[in-house]
Design a binder for this molecule. Structure first.
Ligand code: IPD
Ligand code: CA
Ligand code: CA
Length: 277
């Protein structure tokens, strides 16, 4: 009989991952409590650069409790968060945080908004969670362990052709009218009768691709905190994520295409204008 031996390193790694997960979930629930407690009250709303690029006091409150939770458990980890920027530490771990994704929706009390947190290990996404506290939807993924919604496994859709797809996109705060820019690509789909939704939260867009609700998502100008967690969720749900040209995805460049994988190449052709229609 082979004895059931587990090495000290494997045990340590397992415990470390467990602690990462519990800290991630604690942080996200703390932030959700802030979002829930403010939604029925007045809160301060300010404009960042551009028109209607909002930040509320709730974005700051959410970010504060997330960072406090991480620092309490992993004071040596690097943190990148939308409102406070890079808190650089010499660490293999980096937390990439959007304290509220869908701030314009939140400011208008539209319940399509979330907290998005991804954890990178040695430059690769390792763990991610996205939580919409108003729809009670908690998405979680760990590298090579799949993706779940409220603890139930999820997977991407099975549609093969873009002409049968339901897509989602978003538009940057600064107007982009260049060839193959957001408006031109949007028009291309709409003129062919392909439904393209616009929810206002890139993290939820990605989570819904992972859950098989949308067949594909593309956007021209995102930041790492918008997409890092959703990137892992889509991959772990069996989908594919690339840049706008179909190259392997890197959250530190602006363009993204995410899909169920089956229609990925065709979706890249639609977005790049490499189609005959
Ligand atoms: C925005 C949302 C939106 C996307 C914008 C993002 P924010 O994030 O994800 O869907 O179109 O590009 O900036 O400002 O709500 O965190
Ligand atoms: Ca965002
Ligand atoms: Ca945000």
């Amino acid at each position: 009989m082979v004895p059931n031996i587990i090495s000290k390193t494997a045990l340590y790694q397992c415990l470390y991952l467990r602690m990462l997960k519990s800290t991630l979930l604690e942080a996200i629930h703390e932030a959700a409590a802030q979002m829930r407690s403010f939604i029925d009250q007045d809160f301060k709303v300010e404009n960042k650069i551009g028109i209607n690029n909002l930040v509320t006091e709730v974005d700051h409150a959410s970010e504060r409790v997330i960072i406090e939770t991480i620092k309490r458990n992993f004071p040596e980890h690097h943190i990148l968060s939308e409102e406070c920027g890079d808190l650089i530490q010499d660490s293999q771990y980096k937390w990439i945080i959007d304290p509220i994704d869908g701030t314009v929706n939140f400011a208008h009390r539209i319940p399509i908004c979330c907290i998005s947190i991804g954890i990178e290990y040695n430059g690769k996404m390792a763990m991610a969670a996205i939580y919409n506290p108003f729809m009670h939807e908690l998405y979680f993924a760990e590298r090579d362990k799949g993706a779940v919604l409220n603890d139930k496994p999820i997977s991407v859709s099975k549609k093969e052709k873009v002409e049968n797809a339901c897509l989602v996109t978003g538009f940057p705060y600064t107007y982009l009218d260049e060839p193959n820019g957001p408006l031109q690509v949007f028009e291309r789909f709409i003129r062919k009768g392909i439904p393209v939704r616009r929810l206002g939260s890139a993290a939820i867009d990605l989570a819904w691709v992972a859950a098989g609700r949308f067949d594909g998502f593309y956007e021209h100008n995102l930041e790492a905190w918008d997409s890092a967690a959703g990137f892992l969720l889509v991959e772990e749900a069996g989908g594919k994520v690339s840049d706008l040209k179909g190259n392997p995805y890197n959250p530190y460049q602006p363009g993204i295409i995410a899909s169920n994988g089956l229609m990925h190449k065709e979706l890249v052709d639609w977005v790049t204008g490499n189609i005959n229609n």
